[in-house]
Design a binder for this molecule. Structure first.
Ligand SMILES: [Zn+2]
Length: 157
């Protein structure tokens, strides 16, 4: 073996090692996150009923992501620091069931979030959007809550 073969082989081994380490370090269920809350956020529903939020709030609580409280308001405010606003309807694409806007501070903390839902009855979409509100990104794995495609989402982290 000449010098170049050895360098080439070492490089290949290194690349494979890095790949294996990455695989071990990111087991399924560990997602990329845009940030995390410094304080437990309050879920503020722009409506008069919070029942549809229970299942999603419980889903995340069981995994260690807590909200301080879940409240309703008749007069929906602008985005507020420390709050996850939840409102129905406006600014969704035709085929979108929900979307979430998250504001992340320069220090990397989520300071406010706004969930838009097509339908307040849709507990699964609410739970998915709560994942975004907690800073989680999509996963390509089907059957997981954070899959981007609603048809491939289920109550699994
Ligand atoms: Zn999503």
């Amino acid at each position: 073996m000449n010098k170049y073969t050895i360098v080439g082989l070492s490089f290949t081994v290194l690349v494979i090692l890095i790949f294996i380490v990455k695989l071990v370090m990111s087991p399924p269920g560990v997602y990329k996150r845009v940030g995390e809350w410094k304080v437990q956020p309050v879920v503020l529903v722009c409506g008069d009923d919070t029942n549809f939020t229970n299942k999603g709030v419980d889903f995340w609580r069981d995994r260690g992501y807590f909200v301080e409280d879940t409240l309703t308001t008749r007069a929906c405010p602008e985005q507020l620091e420390g709050f996850i606003l939840v409102s129905e309807g406006d600014n969704l694409e035709a085929d979108q069931l929900g979307k979430t806007e998250v504001v992340v501070s320069a220090e990397g903390f989520i300071t406010k979030a706004h969930i838009y839902l097509r339908d307040f009855e849709d507990e699964l979409t609410f739970a998915h959007e709560m994942g975004h509100a907690f800073g989680f990104d999509h996963t390509p794995r089907s059957g997981k809550l954070m899959n981007a495609d609603p048809r491939q989402q289920d109550w699994k982290h």
